[in-house]
Design a protein around this ligand. Structure first.
Ligand code: SF4
Length: 487
């Protein structure tokens, strides 16, 4: 599709909104209609003309929707018109309305701080067109996360450690490379450098007088490391950081085919307080469709083993919209997960990334057609988790999600994962180590965030390790800036 962006700066917002309605169209953005080449199935025209916003949507049969209004001070006015035009053109009202950002709960928090809960909720529904049920889900999530965000102090931070290796590549994954077998050979060198980066990061945090509140080891699949490598990693964290104020230490055990007793014991005896064992689905045929080379029974056994070893806080990730999953089989998965009685359940919507195998193989069309099914599955999960005493406590969105829905973390009372809240609400600094890690430095006196990126892939991380340490020197400089602003 063509998107014309004429004489206004909101091309990014307009593109994102077009993708909400047409997640699988290639959006070609042009500043001038004269630049257009071959006709496209649809054209969206957005412009400022004579102090007015103008939006038009056209398809092969001509103009199907048109909106016009006086210009406003921010992008809201134009995006609101674009939303109305696209809604009229498609006859669809997305459940999250015109919200396209990753962090809707952060927006709700900011609105609540400014206008109070009732008005914030009204704005969510009437200004941003969020549906009744998603506004209610957002309000519940905000309520659960508030005690955690209110407890954040000026110098608090969390530590993220990335282990970007997996036993095989899932069909929906855009993160790890195709050649997982090849990258596995890099593990010993990566592990050694990672420990060095952890030590260097601890030095930086100590010099700045920061207080560590939570540790999260994610991936990839951290339990691709051997029991010895995991034990060394945890020992290094414990020896380098002051953990006296750190109440939470999570390791994603991720795929059941990487879990054994020795690894679980290494994690527990090292002081890990929370792990994730991620079924995604408990249907063998669906597991096969997504290229996870383990069975549902292996997930159940890994979970039971973790309980036997002594873990009392376990998360299980599920995905709505997987190829081959029916409403009945998804409900069966939910019931089986509830029977295991984990403390956290995270329900994701399948995000259809361009580089994933599932997208490239054309499965994407089927998933798109099943948006209504994804919606039903999500509603069922919400109902059953609520009935079992879970509350939503963090929530985020991605582009190209099945049904244009959301990812929600659910927790039993007393089991919220503070790290997940900190990262999604961007409440406190996160220092990240390892490939793909992004350190987010939060100005304690405003909503400003500064990001420092590590290299994405393990081979770059290894070959350009020196550059990462140089980039990280920016942490100290940025904190000086934060502190200067206030003093
Ligand atoms: S476990 Fe996660 S990171 Fe690993 S291949 Fe599957 S989706 Fe990708």
């Amino acid at each position: 599709m063509y998107l014309f962006v004429i004489d206004h700066p909101y091309h990014y917002e307009a593109e994102n909104l077009c993708r909400v309605f047409f997640p699988f169209d290639k959006v070609v953005t042009l500043r001038d209609p004269a630049e257009a080449g071959a006709p496209q199935a649809r054209t969206v025209y957005t412009a400022i003309r004579d102090e007015r916003y103008i939006v038009r949507v056209e398809d092969e049969d001509g103009e199907t929707a048109r909106e016009e209004d006086r210009i406003a001070e921010d992008e809201y006015g134009l995006m609101s018109l674009l939303f109305s035009a696209l809604r009229a053109h498609t006859g669809k009202t997305p459940r999250w309305g015109m919200l396209t950002g990753i962090h809707p709960i952060k927006l709700l928090r900011q609105l609540t701080e400014r206008y109070g809960a009732e008005e914030a909720n009204r704005l969510f529904r009437e200004r941003y067109f969020v549906s009744e049920e998603k506004a209610a889900l957002a309000a519940r999530t905000l309520k659960s996360q508030t005690p955690v965000t209110l407890d954040v102090r000026e110098n608090d931070y969390s530590l993220y450690i990335s282990v970007p290796f997996c036993p095989t590549r899932c069909a929906y994954c855009s993160f790890v490379s195709q050649s997982v077998e090849k990258t596995k050979k890099q593990i010993p060198e990566y592990h050694a450098l990672l420990l060095r980066e952890i030590e260097a990061t601890a030095e930086t945090a100590k010099a700045l007088g920061l207080t560590l509140r939570s540790v999260y080891v994610g991936g990839g699949t951290p339990t691709t490391f051997s029991a010895e490598q995991l034990a060394m990693l945890i020992r290094t964290v414990r020896a380098s950081f002051d953990l006296s104020k750190c109440a939470e230490f999570t390791v994603e055990a991720g795929r059941p085919d990487t879990i054994d007793r020795a690894k679980l014991e290494a994690l527990l005896s090292g002081g890990v307080t929370r792990i994730s064992i991620n079924p995604q689905t408990l249907q063998d045929n669906v597991l096969e469709n997504i290229g996870r080379r383990h069975t549902a029974q292996q997930t159940v056994e890994a979970f039971r083993l973790a309980r036997e070893v002594g873990f009392t806080n376990i998360n299980m990730d599920l995905i709505v919209g997987l190829p081959g999953d029916t409403f009945e089989s998804f409900c069966d998965t939910i019931e089986k997960v509830l029977a295991l009685d984990p403390e956290n359940v995270t329900v994701h919507s399948l995000a259809l990334k361009r580089s994933s195998r599932i997208t490239q193989s054309g499965e994407i069309n089927r998933a798109h057609a099943d948006a209504a099914l994804a919606d039903r599955m999500m509603a069922y999960a919400e109902k059953r988790l609520t009935e079992h005493g879970f509350e939503p406590y963090y929530l985020y969105r991605q582009s190209r999600m099945a049904g244009n829905l959301e990812n929600t973390g659910w927790a039993k009372p007393g089991f919220v994962c503070a790290y997940n809240i900190f990262t999604m609400d961007e409440t406190e600094t996160v220092l990240a180590c390892g490939a793909g890690g992004v350190s987010k430095l939060k100005d304690p006196y405003s909503e400003d965030l500064t990001r420092i990126f590590n290299f994405k892939y393990s081979y770059e991380y290894i070959s350009r390790y020196g550059e990462i340490l140089e980039r990280k020197e920016g942490i100290g400089r940025q904190y000086e800036q934060f502190r200067k602003r206030i003093h």
